[in-house]
Structures are given as C-alpha cells and as structure tokens.
Write a protein that binds this ligand. Structure first.
Ligand code: PGA
Length: 238
C-alpha cells in the first residue's frame, strides 16, 4: 500500500481539528497507510483516537534549554511515529539545510521514521540542475548517519508546492528511480520515495500511473477532511 502523509503546516484551529476528526470517524474508512502531521499541539488528539501521526519538524537537540523546541524523544514518548525533516519551508525560513543531518540522526536515535524532503527550485529546474541538487541534499542529510534502517525521501519540487502545477509523470518517475538508485549505490540501503507538491484530486489519477512512487506527501488537499478521504480512497483503490 502506498503511504499517504498529510502535512497540515500551520493551519486549522482546535475546533477545526475536532470537526476534522469527527469527519474521519464518520467516513468509516481505515487509515492504516495514512500519517497525519498536524501542528504539534494537536498531535495527541489524533494519537488518542488511534491515528498514526508524524511531526512537521523536530529539534536538532536532545533536550535542555532550547526554548520553543520539541525533541524527537518527547515526540516519541507521546506516540509519534514519523517526522518530516528538511521541508523546503523550514529550509527557506529557518535555514534548516544546516541541520538536516543532525535531525535525521535524532530520528534514528529515538525511533522516529524520518521523511526527508528534498527538491529543486524553479531556477534549478529550468537549468536542468535537478539531479545535482537532489544528490547534494541527500549527501548533506545522510552525512555521518550510520544506523538508519527506515527512511522515506519525499521528492518535492519547490516550484510545485502550493502552485497547482506538477512535473510531468515521466519526469517524476525518472527522479524517483534516480533517488532510489543513488541512495542504494552510495549508501547501500533501500529507501521509499514519496512524491509531494500540489497532489490533489485533480491530478491523482495521473500521479497513480507512476508505479515507482511509494506514496504522497499532501499539503493543501489534506486540510479538508472530505477531500483528503476521497484522495486516500483513490490511492487505495489501485
Ligand atoms: P502542497 O504542499 O500539497 O500544498 O503543494 C505539499 C508540501 O509542502 O508538503
């Protein structure tokens, strides 16, 4: 089954979350291959109802005087399973390029499954630099990481995030295979690769034609429970 990760980003208020959870319950669907990534403050609402959750980020530190941070260990202790690492928004606004490998190590040391986000910007894409950027981001993230046994990489072209535009399916297929091969040849382990960036009900039929992807990282379309459930049903039907 393909993994479906819903990244809520910094959206929805408490009442919205409760309505969202009611609607998941009413759908009578099973969500065994779905990971909900709401803001930290709502994680327990999902965990308490039996859903699998991921955090949108973690601290690069183990614990201690880091005001505002939440550690991998703390997240694990409340029942979090996955962690998104190096999302392009964190790279852009919080300089996360520098911290991805520390954060990946924190995940490994504390039993969280990292979902490492990588992707080129519009300029790199136009200049056919995509693969170079991806190799660089992978190497930067895996530097010194020794004990990884479960890693997802989300290929998210930055220009596709929130834009409604996606690469053509041949391009995605090629990149997904490239990422798997590159990691296997260089680091000798098999990873799973997700596609992210404007995944929606409008393009999911097209995206489902790509066999190489192991799932999807969904932003905007995961915020509406009805649409997200429809998306999950389509993905699970194939
Ligand atoms: P989007 O976001 O689906 O709204 O493009 C995806 C993401 O940023 O993870």
């Amino acid at each position: 089954m393909k993994l479906v990760v819903g990244n809520f980003k910094m959206n929805l208020l408490k009442d919205d979350i409760l309505l969202y959870l009611d609607s998941l319950n009413d759908s009578k669907m099973t969500f065994s291959n779905v990971v909900f990534c709401p803001p930290h403050i709502y994680l327990s609402e999902f965990i308490n109802r039996g859903y699998t959750v991921g955090s949108q980020d973690i601290s690069m530190e183990e614990g201690g005087p880091y005001t505002g941070d939440v550690s991998a260990r703390q997240l694990k202790s409340i029942g979090v399973t996955y962690a998104i690492i190096g999302h392009s928004e964190r790279r852009k606004f919080y300089n996360d390029n520098k911290y991805v490998s520390k954060k990946i190590k924190m995940c490994c040391d504390n039993g969280l499954v990292p979902i490492l986000c990588i992707g080129e910007n519009q300029n790199d894409y136009n200049n056919a630099q995509t693969k170079n950027i991806l190799m660089h981001e992978i190497d930067e993230a895996l530097e010194g990481v020794l004990n990884i046994n479960n890693l997802y990489i989300a290929y998210e072209p930055i220009w596709a995030i929130g834009s409604g535009i996606i690469p053509c399916i041949d391009e995605i297929d090629d990149i997904v295979k490239f990422i798997k091969e590159y990691v296997y040849n260089k680091y000798r382990f098999n990873i799973k690769v997700l596609y992210g960036g404007s995944v929606s009900l409008k393009n999911i039929d097209e995206l489902l034609k790509i066999n190489s992807t192991d799932g999807y990282l969904v932003g905007g379309e995961s915020l509406n429970s009805i649409k997200f459930c429809q998306l999950i049903s389509k993905i699970n039907k194939i």
